[in-house]
Design a protein around this ligand. Structure first.
Ligand SMILES: Cc1cc2nc3c(=O)[nH]c(=O)nc-3n(C[C@H](O)[C@H](O)[C@H](O)COP(=O)(O)OP(=O)(O)OC[C@H]3O[C@@H](n4cnc5c(N)ncnc54)[C@H](O)[C@@H]3O)c2cc1C
Ligand code: SF4
Length: 484
């Protein structure tokens, strides 16, 4: 008999997992479960249109349905060299738009990708890429995040010599030092970044451009440059009392935790913010020993970053399951200190006020103040690109949007000749799959810029905008409509 209901994804016990950095919240499908779930797909491929990287989703789900996960991995690699990573933490807009949504639930596209990728320890054996011998062109990539590494991979298999400069001691960018390891295990990142370096990409870790080597030296030594520098400069609130030593920005908190420090968070933690980063900081605090976690967000639940989407709902469910508490419509206005430490957070409740057009604004109701005791405060209030690595001359030449994003043309090239860019420093969506898409675009842009298009192996070129009719925004609207 045909079964239409989505095959349930089994969860680890929230009590147990919330004290461990090594238990992934969701269990993997068994082969039986994956085959049954994949068999629900009707192959319409509307989902592909909502995927920023245009993966051929219908085709790879079909491969899993017929018991050929190796083919699934091959299809995913057409545009994306991180199937196991994206199979765990993608925002999966594709599922929001799946036509099976009202017929037993959307296909578990992300989870099926994870299942297929996890069947193989060595992608080399199944992909069997016939890498070109090196041609006489050199490209520098600044930043070993998903954008930089995607460009590095697809350029390198075309025979371009690629060197990646990375300031941290590890590869992966926010995949490695942002997203905590309980959501994205280090071994998964190492498997996929290791496959990329095995294809001849040279990576110089602990090498900060602007300090260890100048941007000018790089421009003079390479035929083209890709900037995948992300957003690693914290935006702090500047709330009075911020000079305390038990206050940290979430990206610093998560990076230091990911690099092995056990930060002393105490028992009660307040996280200020509302997106990925706030949730990850809150849940990491639990795993560092805290017991009472409050996330304070100045807007309403429906205004939180990433919403409306199934991903934002799943993320919140997981946090709630681990006893994280959300406080909506509140604004902290003072950190009360004893000595060097914050002991209380003072806050107001907000009222959302809709003025003409645009988003409703949170307006603090100041007549009454509230206080909450705290041992550690984390601000997950956003971050931006640190452009200091460019030096004055090039910083002047690089055109930015009013929001500080790097402006690129259709090929991914910035206002500096031969310098391409992508990922969080450039796009507005700030997610992994968009960063990978930007790496794909820049790969084609750089090959074209270097006049290599007549020498490439077309089989290994990323396929952009496959059957594009909708956008990831269409998926958001579809989801908003469905959960009304
Ligand atoms: C806590 C957190 C959780 C997230 N969760 C998710 C999620 O679940 N799903 C999702 O899709 N997205 C998630 N994101 C967003 C996602 O991680 C980013 O969109 C993505 O990593 C951006 O990729 P990127 O390559 O542009 O930059 P990054 O991943 O930020 O990588 C940039 C790299 O450049 C390096 N760099 C910067 N300047 C220099 C320099 N001067 N010299 C040398 N190296 C330099 C940095 O050290 C870094 O390694 C999350 C982000 C955070 C912070
Ligand atoms: S939208 Fe759903 S049913 Fe259609 S191809 Fe994608 S996963 Fe399959």
């Amino acid at each position: 008999m045909l079964k239409f209901d989505r095959v349930k994804i089994q969860e680890e016990d929230p009590k147990e997992r919330s004290k461990s950095f090594t238990i992934e919240p969701m269990k993997e499908y068994t082969t039986e479960e994956a085959t049954a779930e994949a068999s629900r797909c009707i192959g319409c491929n509307i989902c592909t249109q909502a995927c920023p990287a245009s993966l051929d989703i219908g085709a790879y789900i079909n491969s899993t349905a017929v018991g050929d996960p190796a083919q699934t991995v091959r299809i995913v690699f057409e545009n994306l060299p991180f199937p196991a990573i994206i199979g765990r933490v993608c925002t999966h807009n594709c599922e929001d738009i799946c036509v099976m949504y009202d017929t037993g639930g959307p296909l578990a596209i992300r989870h099926l990708k994870r299942y297929a990728a996890d069947q193989f320890d060595d992608y080399g054996k199944i992909l069997n890429v016939k890498k070109r011998s090196f041609i006489n062109k050199r490209v520098a990539v600044i930043g070993a995040g998903p954008a930089g590494l995607s460009a590095a991979y697809y350029l390198s298999i075309q025979g371009v010599r690629v060197t990646v400069f990375e300031s941290l001691p590890v590869m992966g960018g926010f995949m490695r030092v942002g997203i905590p390891r309980y959501r994205l295990p280090f071994e998964v990142i190492e498997k996929e970044t290791g496959y990329i370096t095995s294809n001849g990409v040279e990576v110089k870790l602990n090498t900060k451009v602007g300090t260890d080597i100048t941007f000018k030296e790089i421009l003079n030594s390479y035929d083209a440059v890709f900037l995948g520098v992300g957003t690693h400069k914290p935006r702090m609130t500047g709330t009075p009392g911020s000079d305390a030593n038990n206050l940290m920005h979430a990206t610093e908190f998560l990076r230091r935790t990911a690099l092995g420090e056990k930060l002393p968070v105490g028992n009660k933690v307040i996280v200020i913010g509302g997106g990925f980063t706030a949730n990850d900081a809150a849940r990491s605090s639990l795993r560092l020993g805290a017991n009472e976690i409050n996330i304070m967000y100045r807007r309403r639940e429906v205004d939180r970053p990433g919403y409306p989407s199934m991903n934002a709902d799943e993320e919140m469910e997981e946090s709630l399951g681990e006893s994280v508490n959300y406080m909506w419509e509140v604004t902290p206005f003072e950190y009360v200190k004893e000595g060097d430490r914050i002991v209380q957070v003072k806050y107001w409740k907000n009222q959302m006020v809709q003025d003409t057009g645009g988003r409703a604004k949170p307006v603090p109701q100041k007549e009454k103040t509230f206080t909450m005791d705290v041992d550690f405060v984390i601000e997950a209030t956003g971050q931006e690109t640190d452009f200091s690595f460019l030096g004055e001359e090039y910083a002047r030449q690089l055109r930015l949007t009013p929001h500080g994003g790097i402006i690129v043309d259709q090929r991914g090239m910035t206002s500096i000749e031969g310098v391409f860019s992508g990922g969080d420093s450039t796009n507005m969506t700030h997610d992994l799959i968009s960063a990978v898409r930007d790496g794909d675009i820049a790969t084609l842009g750089i090959l074209d810029y270097l006049n290599l298009m007549d020498k490439v192996n077309e089989e290994y070129l990323p396929l952009l905008d496959r059957w594009k009719k909708f956008s990831p925004m269409a998926a958001k609207l579809a989801y908003a409509d469905r959960v009304k």
